[in-house]
Design a protein around this ligand. Structure first.
Ligand code: TA6
Length: 295
């Protein structure tokens, strides 16, 4: 199987042709075509660096085994900076699945990796195209430790949503939910507004959030709907103008045209015993008109 950088979704979202994939890559023409369709809603910074371990700025970086900068691991963990392998003989879809085509990416620790995070695991990321034109990311993480040791992790799909103008954007679904505010030493607050709108830097983790979040881009009359399962939290981040200037791979004006909304499991780490597996799902769909909350 070939190696493809974990931020495969970023690579494809940059509009790079599917020739970026090795010939053995499963037939994902329609997946690339679909991603070309959804690409207008996912952004990649023009300053993005494609050189691990520098994380790609944009796409849907997979933050694992931590969504933080604690301990000896790099910020938001190593998974987004690693080369994953393509499983060219992936398990079949369940008969009930609505996925039309998919590719499975696998991440397992190398001997070197085990020095930094002494746990064996298999992370299987299935990138699927759903009938009706949605993108479905299914993550399965299994503890494969042979020493009987459990491990705990946090995870986030740190999605960079492309916008026409951040000042014309509403996020619905997080109202009345609690959040931890990273701009106020992680203190806990309750969202009061009837939707999120944006006038300044925001860096929050909404905790125990609903399964559906809508990012409404009024100007383009488009809405990105995120449906999540097994990912009870949501990260919302925009550095705004001042902080954007201090981020080398974040263009000075990028803050106007992107918002990070990441389905996550951050507040309460997940613990797996050897042999146990965790599954999380994120489905992205485009609704070509302003969102009606009943959808
Ligand atoms: O979204 C939360 C956050 O930790 C922000 O504080 C900011 O650092 C952002 O992630 C981007 O992190 P990155 O490591 O991708 O530059």
């Amino acid at each position: 199987a070939s190696s493809i950088h974990c931020c495969i979704v970023s690579l494809v979202f940059t509009g790079k042709s599917s020739s970026a994939f090795p010939p053995s890559f499963p037939p994902i023409l329609d997946l690339s075509v679909f991603l070309g369709y959804i690409t207008p809603k996912i952004v990649l910074s023009l300053q993005a660096a494609f050189k691990p371990p520098q994380a790609i700025r944009g796409g849907i970086p997979i933050c694992f085994p931590q969504f933080s900068s604690s301990g000896n691991l790099e910020q938001h963990g190593f998974a987004r900076n690693k080369f994953w392998t393509v499983d060219t003989n992936p398990p079949p879809l369940p008969t009930s699945s609505s996925v039309k085509s998919y590719v499975d990416l696998i991440l397992k620790p190398t001997q070197d990796d085990l020095k930094n995070w002494p746990h064996s695991y298999e992370f299987r990321l299935r990138v699927g195209l759903v009938l009706g034109g949605n993108l479905l990311l299914t993550s399965r993480i299994r503890n494969t430790n042979s020493d009987g040791k459990p491990f705990s992790f946090t995870i986030a799909f740190h999605t960079y949503v492309s916008l026409s103008d951040i000042s014309e954007v509403r996020v619905e679904g997080l109202e009345t939910w609690d959040y931890l505010d990273n701009l106020k030493e992680g203190q806990r607050f309750t969202e009061q507004g009837d939707a999120l709108t944006f006038e300044s830097e925001i860096d929050r983790v909404y905790v125990g959030t609903p399964t559906k979040i809508a990012i409404i881009d009024h100007e383009k009359k488009r809405t990105l709907v995120m449906r999540k399962d097994g990912l009870p939290d949501a990260v919302v981040w925009n550095p705004w103008n001042k902080k954007a200037k201090s981020i080398p791979d974040f263009g000075d004006d990028d803050y106007k045209r992107t918002l990070c909304v990441g389905a996550a499991n951050v507040e309460k780490p997940i613990t797996l015993k050897p042999g146990e597996e965790w599954t999380g799902r994120l489905e992205l769909s485009l609704v070509a008109s302003s969102y009606c909350s009943g959808q």
